[in-house]
Ligand binder design. Structure first.
Ligand SMILES: Cc1ncc(COP(=O)(O)O)c(C=O)c1O
Length: 433
């Protein structure tokens, strides 16, 4: 027997003891509890609330007058046609997604007379809704921006909460530009242009194409013109996030005006599209990412590299939502029905703005609340302080993000006066920041 045998035996015993100790303890013991997502967490809190008056004004999803999710008739009909179509199957899509969906999506965004599309200068891939389009776009830029360009992205302050993480995860340094003016509850255009004028050339500039989330404040046509000049002069790369096409005005063409203007001016740009809101396809994750380039050849190479980003992430996108959206956009009858329903959703949201404003006026709530009428899209940024928002939740069972954003789409003719009463209470009870 070797002289090392006793030591080897002791080592084996020790190893067995360590393994036994480890077996009783999770490998993930050290993992800390992550905070709930600030937006999704609102819905969780609303679900857990047992008060019958409870209201969910946190979620960015359209609700009917009865507070119910809304499946569009155009979507129901497209689904019926798909299930009856013997040519439909459940095969994998290509890495870049459903070709017809990509073609129709970029057409919807850039318009029927787009020169960039006619010249084949637009690379489009299907994406996992707007979030996936932003994530794939950010990853592509991080890898393929020219080496001399800084990896800096400029985001509006405030912006949709996920933007920062998406770009940071792709290796970008995140900077903010001024956007919201708390005094007027409108656009701080002077601050915005001053910040963008000092951005290093080659920086990425994220712009909400319409219906800015969370503020409901968009630049007007003249301001977009100045932003276009600034983008060109400063050699910034515009990245449009268009999550609400049709929700701002009720008209998909009017809401795409800024994106079309930049593309028609010959600028290269990146565009993330979502069909979550405007077709109510939230859970289907139907979206698209387009890169408008200077030539057909560059567009083809860009598309090939977008596929390399997608392949190791999720291989290829899901089919059903894109197939629905393609049928809706591609069939003239369904498309007309969809646009009518979209106009109806936008109109209902505008009516809720009027209902809330009137109810606030009737109660004589202190301050100028006319911004509720001026802001557009799904959200209103109320300027309510965090303590006031907390009181809305705890005392009135009105659930919202604590930055004071309310989803107008979650309001009804019946609940608008209740919200006004609650706002009157928290404003007069003097909770302040
Ligand atoms: C500004 C903005 N961008 C992107 C998204 C992403 O939406 P989705 O991934 O559901 O398409 C949202 C969703 O609320 C948004 O508000």
């Amino acid at each position: 027997m070797s002289e090392f045998a006793p030591a080897a035996g002791r080592l084996a015993v020790l190893t067995r003891q360590l393994c036994a100790a480890a077996a009783s303890e999770s490998t993930w013991e050290h993992v800390a509890q992550a905070p709930p997502d600030p937006i999704i967490g609102v819905t969780d809190a609303w679900r857990a609330d047992t008060d019958p008056r409870k209201l969910n004004l946190g979620v960015g999803a359209y609700r009917t007058e009865d507070g119910k999710p809304f499946v569009l008739q155009a979507v129901r009909e497209a689904e019926r046609q798909l299930s009856a179509d013997p040519a439909e199957n459940k095969e994998y899509l290509p890495i870049s997604g459903l070709p017809e969906f990509c073609r129709l999506s970029r057409g919807l965004a850039l318009g029927p007379t787009s020169v960039a599309i006619q010249e084949g200068r637009v690379a489009t891939v299907q994406a996992l809704s707007g979030t996936g389009a932003l994530r794939v776009g950010a990853e592509f830029l991080s890898t393929h921006l020219p080496p001399a360009h800084p990896r800096i992205v400029y985001l509006p302050n405030p912006t949709w909460g996920n933007h920062k993480t998406i770009f940071a995860k792709a290796g970008f340094q995140v900077r903010e530009y001024r956007y919201f003016d708390p005094a007027s509850r409108g656009l701080d255009f002077a601050g915005m242009t001053a910040d963008l004028a000092s951005a290093p050339p080659g920086s990425v500039l994220l712009l909400h194409a319409c219906a800015h989330n969370p503020t409901g404040v968009d630049p007007d046509a003249e301001q977009w013109g100045r932003l276009l000049e600034l983008t060109r002069e400063g050699r910034l790369l515009p990245f449009f996030d268009m999550a609400y096409q049709g929700f701002a005005s009720g008209d998909v063409d009017a809401d795409a005006a800024a994106v079309r203007r930049f593309a028609e001016a010959g600028l290269e740009l990146v565009l993330a599209q979502s069909f979550a809101k405007n077709m109510g396809l939230y859970g289907e994750r139907a979206g698209a990412l387009s890169v408008v380039t200077r030539s057909k050849e560059v567009a083809a190479r860009v598309e090939s590299q977008l596929k390399l980003v997608i392949r190791p992430m999720y291989s290829n996108p899901p089919k059903h939502g894109a197939a629905i959206a393609a049928r809706v956009m591609g069939d003239p009858g369904l498309c007309a029905l969809w646009k009518e329903e979209l106009r109806g959703m936008a109109e209902r949201i505008k009516a809720m703005r009027a209902a809330l404003y009137d109810a606030l006026q009737q109660r004589g709530v202190a301050g100028d609340w006319s911004f509720v009428l001026r802001q557009i899209g799904m959200f209103s940024f109320t300027g309510l302080t965090r303590p006031q928002c907390e009181q809305l939740v705890s005392k009135w069972h009105i659930h919202l993000t604590l930055d004071g954003r309310i989803s107008m789409a979650g309001l009804s003719a019946a609940s608008a006066p209740y919200l006004a009463e609650a706002i009157a209470d928290v404003v007069s009870s003097g909770s302040s920041a």
